[in-house]
Design a protein around this ligand. Structure first.
Ligand code: FAD
Length: 471
């Protein structure tokens, strides 16, 4: 039996694990990075990148369909499903190859292809019989889709984010179960590619949004592409001997419909189940996730750290990467762990138009400035006038605290607001910055001025308050 010894062992070579390994090694630790596949990160293989590739294809079809608005006469787009999916896979494979380069670049002997489980607080057993003893361990095992039993029983028609991108062709119809960011992004892309798409959810919240007004606007926009069955109980069954699934639903609406495929997007759970956490001595919460400190990523006072989707905290890529860096560094310097100032909450769903929430949600004390985008100049130029931004601020000075938005370019606008909020800026300070004309950014001025009016904060006196044509 081979016994391997290191300073920091990292379980999982996804975005968080790779970041943790880099950070621990940079801090002088001898590292081991253990992964059961080394097949590429979730982001590259079945997550961010293939989903955005499918969305890009859906947008291309949409733009062709929209061309007559501009006087460009084009026949309705013909979608070649196998070609769409072939491009998704070809580009995805390039992203995977890039992530695998990071593994190839590791110093000799650092990467261990094996499945790991705890046998003690700082010891691991690998499924190839080797053991690892480390001074500290980082758990970065990611998350996997949850397929509730009634859907798992459907067999072939069921898809998740782990299988949909490998379809040889687009289905004729699909039921998407789950109206979260992942479900909505894929549902809209598929609908624009000609797949008859219905989104089902037991609840009524879209994209996990907290801001009801933005959610209402998002729903009205998405209903142009999608049918929604929200607030319903769903009973799925397989149709006869065929490959189709039939869903019966009741609640806010009632009905029964057959679908070629069912995409289950009901959430992704941390992959902690077979890690043998009982041997780690860590305190677990009700869901079996180790309790940890977000500022250090440390689990209690143990030499064990969590990072990425495995902690079920903020399952998005930039947080997985940041958590990996924090966890890796602290594992290397344990017990002298350092506390990090975490980034503000920031979530984007890449629907078209995109929807985003940044910073703190609004509360009863918040001052809210609204910037409508259904009549905004640049958005109208491009026939994309839709949605709104709701900017939240605090009294007495109109300091920005958060925002929710849906509309054209909101994946970019959300960054501007996130950076301003993080810097502690006020509406006045942001209004003092240049706003080029005609841009989508200009649209924000209405919301910022409304905040200044409400809190009686100054609007920069050297700026004209008149409305520019199409601003
Ligand atoms: C469809 C989809 C779209 C998304 N889109 C976006 C987006 O647009 N923007 C965004 O910011 N985020 C997006 N995300 C989320 C983002 O992809 C994740 O937050 C991120 O990839 C998580 O990285 P990770 O390192 O925690 O996990 P992973 O990349 O999953 O890495 C975990 C690794 O651990 C390995 N492992 C697990 N258990 C063991 C074990 N016992 N022993 C050894 N190895 C083990 C796994 O095989 C895997 O390689 C999306 C996710 C999905 C599913």
């Amino acid at each position: 039996m081979t016994e391997l010894i290191c300073d920091v062992a990292i379980i999982g070579a996804g975005t968080a694990g790779l970041a943790a390994e880099r950070s621990a090694r940079a801090a002088g630790a001898a590292t081991l990075l253990i992964d059961d596949r080394f097949a590429g990160t979730t982001c590259a293989t079945v997550g961010c990148m293939p989903s955005k590739l499918l969305i890009a294809a859906g947008k291309a079809a949409h733009h062709v369909a929209q061309a007559p608005i501009f006087g460009i006469m084009a026949p309705p787009p013909v979608v070649d499903g196998p070609a769409v999916l072939a491009r998704v896979r070809a580009e995805r494979d390039r992203f995977i190859a890039a992530t695998l380069k990071a593994v190839d670049a590791l110093p000799e002997g650092v990467a261990l292809l094996a499945r790991a489980r705890f046998t003690g607080p700082t010891t691991l057993a690998l499924d190839d019989g080797r053991t690892v003893t480390a001074k500290a361990i980082v758990i970065a095992t990611g998350a996997r889709p949850v397929v509730p039993k009634p859907y798992a029983a459907l067999g072939d028609p069921v898809l998740t984010n782990e299988t949909i991108f490998d379809l040889p062709d687009l289905p004729r119809s699909i039921a998407v179960i789950g109206a979260g960011p992942l479900g909505l992004e894929l549902a809209q892309a598929l609908a624009r590619l000609g797949v008859v798409t219905t989104v089902f959810d037991e609840g009524t919240t879209l994209a996990g949004l907290k801001d009801r007004e933005v959610e209402t606007a998002l729903r009205a926009i998405l209903e142009r592409d999608l049918t929604f069955r929200l607030g319903v109980e769903i009973v799925p069954r397989r149709e006869g001997e065929g490959d189709r699934a039939v869903l019966r639903w009741r609640g806010a609406s009632e009905g029964e419909q057959g679908f070629d495929r069912v995409l289950v997007a009901t959430g992704r759970a941390p992959q902690l189940g077979d890690l043998g956490l009982e041997a780690s001595g860590l305190t677990l919460d009700d869901h079996g996730t180790p309790r940890f400190d977000r500022a250090t990523m440390q689990c209690g006072d143990a030499p064990v750290f969590l990072a990425g989707d495995a902690d079920a905290d903020r399952p998005v890529l930039h947080e997985a990467s940041a958590e990996g860096a924090i966890a890796g560094y602290n594992a290397a310097v344990f017990p002298d762990v350092a506390r990090s100032q975490r980034m503000l909450p920031f979530a984007i769903s890449f629907t078209d138009p995109p929807v985003a929430e940044v910073g703190a949600p609004a509360d009863d004390e918040s001052v809210i400035g609204i910037a409508p985008y259904d009549d905004q100049g640049r958005a109208k130029v491009e026939a994309r006038a839709d949605g709104l931004v709701r900017i939240y601020a605090a009294r007495p000075d109109g300091r920005l605290t958060g925002a929710a938005m849906v509309g054209p370019g909101m994946d970019h606008i959300a960054h501007l607001l996130a950076w301003a909020i993080a810097r502690g800026e006020t509406a006045t300070a942001l209004l003092a910055q240049p706003f080029y004309h005609p841009t989508l950014e200009e649209g924000l001025q209405a919301g910022l001025r409304a905040i200044c009016d409400t809190v009686h904060a100054p609007i920069p006196p050297d700026q004209d308050q008149g409305a520019l044509p199409g601003a």
